[in-house]
Design a protein around this ligand. Structure first.
Ligand SMILES: *Cc1c(COP(=O)(O)O)cnc(C)c1O
Length: 342
C-alpha cells in the first residue's frame, strides 16, 4: 500500500505483483549502432489469463465499490474489441454479477464475428448492446438510460466509464508505483505506457509524484492527440484531488508540463495499424518472446522506438515499458500480419 494514498477497499482479482524484467535484445537489434537505453518491461499482461491486462487493476477498486453498493449488474462501454469490456464481463462473472456492455461498431445491425474479446464477452454471458460511432459519442447518456432501464426491471447497476478511467480506477496505477519501486533498481527511470482513456497514465504520474521518485512518466497515445489527453489526464487528476482529498493531484494537474504525452504513435488512428507497427510487434515476439497487441502495446512500443531513432537519449538512460495486455486483440488480425511473417 502506498503511504500517501487513502485506504481503498479492493477485491483481489489480479495476480500481483506482476513481474518486471529486462529486455536485453530488442533495442540493440532495432537501433543498431546507437547507444540505446536500458529497457525493462512490467508484465501487466500477466495480471491473469483471460482476465488479463491493465483493466484488472482498475476493476479491483471499481468492483469493490460495486459490491459495497449492492449492485447486481455492471454496465460499461468501449469499442467492439474492448479489452476493458472483456475484463469487466469476466470479473463480473467471477463475482456472480451480470454485465451489460455498450459496444461501438461500424454497423450495429450486423452481428459481430465471434472472435477475440467479443467471443469472451459472450462466453462470460455479457449482454451486448451495439451502437454506431455517432451514437457512442453520447455514451454518457446512453449508459445512464441503460441504468434506468435496468432499475425499472428491479435491477441495481453499477456504472463504469470507458476504460475504467475515473478517479477510483486511475488510483490503481498509483498503487502500482509502490510495486515497481520494490522491483526496479534505484535511480532515475522513465515509465512508458500506451494511452487509450488516460487512467493508467494519470495513476502512474500521481503515484510517482506522491512517492517523490526521480522518475518520468511518458504516455504514447493510441488515438486522439496530445491536447486531448493532456486535458483528460488533468481532469482525472482534479477528480482524484476532489474525491480523495489529495491536493498533490490538483497540483500535478496544474503543471501541464509534467504530463508528457506523445501522439506521433497514433499513426492511422484507433485500432488501425501501419506495417511498421506490426513489424515492431513481430520483432518483440521474435527477439524477446514478448507478445504485444496491435491496438495498444504494439503501437506504443513502436512510438517509443521511433522516438529513440530520432534521439536515443530523449527518454533517459533506463526505460520501463508497461505491458498493459490486449492479447485477444491480436487474434482477429492474422491476415494483416501474414505478410510480415516470412
Ligand atoms: C485500455 C488499454 C490501454 C490504455 O489504458 P488507459 O488507462 O485506458 O489509458 C493500454 N493497453 C491495453 C492493452 C488496454 O486494453
Amino acid at each position: 500500500m502506498h503511504p500517501a494514498l487513502p485506504p481503498l477497499p479492493r477485491l483481489s482479482l489480479a495476480q500481483l505483483p506482476t513481474p518486471a524484467m529486462p529486455l536485453r535484445r530488442l533495442l540493440p537489434a532495432l537501433l543498431p549502432g546507437a547507444p540505446v537505453p536500458e529497457l525493462w518491461v512490467k508484465r501487466d499482461d500477466l495480471t491473469g489469463a483471460a482476465l488479463s491486462g491493465n483493466k484488472v487493476r482498475k476493476l479491483e477498486l471499481l468492483l469493490a465499490e460495486a459490491v459495497a453498493r449492492g449492485a447486481d449488474t455492471v454496465i460499461t462501454c468501449g469499442g467492439l474489441q474492448s479489452n476493458h469490456c472483456r475484463a469487466t464481463a469476466l470479473a463480473a462473472a467471477q463475482l456472480g454479477l451480470r454485465s451489460v456492455l455498450l459496444l461501438r461498431t461500424a454497423d450495429p445491425t450486423a452481428p459481430p464475428p465471434l472472435e477475440g474479446n467479443v467471443l469472451l464477452d459472450r462466453l462470460a454471458g455479457a449482454e451486448l448492446r451495439l451502437v454506431s460511432p455517432a451514437q457512442y459519442r453520447d455514451r454518457a447518456s446512453l449508459l445512464s438510460a441503460l441504468r434506468q432501464e435496468l432499475a425499472q426491471a428491479g435491477r441495481s447497476a453499477y456504472l463504469i466509464p470507458e476504460g475504467g478511467s475515473n478517479a477510483l480506477g486511475a488510483l490503481a496505477y498509483a498503487r502500482c508505483v509502490a510495486e515497481l519501486q520494490a522491483q526496479l533498481p534505484p535511480g532515475p527511470w522513465t515509465l512508458c505506457c500506451a494511452v487509450g482513456s488516460g487512467g493508467t497514465l494519470a495513476g502512474l504520474l500521481l503515484g510517482v509524484a506522491l512517492a517523490g521518485l526521480p522518475w518520468r512518466v511518458v504516455g504514447f497515445a493510441v488515438c486522439d492527440d496530445r491536447a486531448h489527453f493532456v486535458r483528460i489526464v488533468g481532469e482525472l487528476l482534479d477528480e482524484i484531488a476532489r474525491r480523495f482529498q489529495l491536493p498533490q493531484a490538483a497540483e500535478l494537474a496544474r503543471r501541464q508540463d509534467a504530463i508528457e504525452l506523445r501522439d506521433h504513435s497514433v499513426g492511422r488512428g484507433y485500432a488501425l495499424s501501419r506495417p511498421q507497427e506490426l513489424a515492431v510487434l513481430r520483432d518483440a515476439c521474435r527477439l524477446e518472446g514478448l507478445v504485444l497487441d496491435p491496438v495498444y502495446t504494439g503501437k506504443a512500443l513502436h512510438g517509443l522506438v521511433e522516438e529513440l531513432r530520432q534521439d536515443p537519449a530523449s527518454l533517459g538512460p533506463r526505460l520501463l515499458f508497461v505491458h498493459t495486455g490486449g492479447l485477444f486483440g491480436l487474434f482477429p488480425r492474422g491476415a494483416e500480419l501474414a505478410p510480415l511473417l516470412d
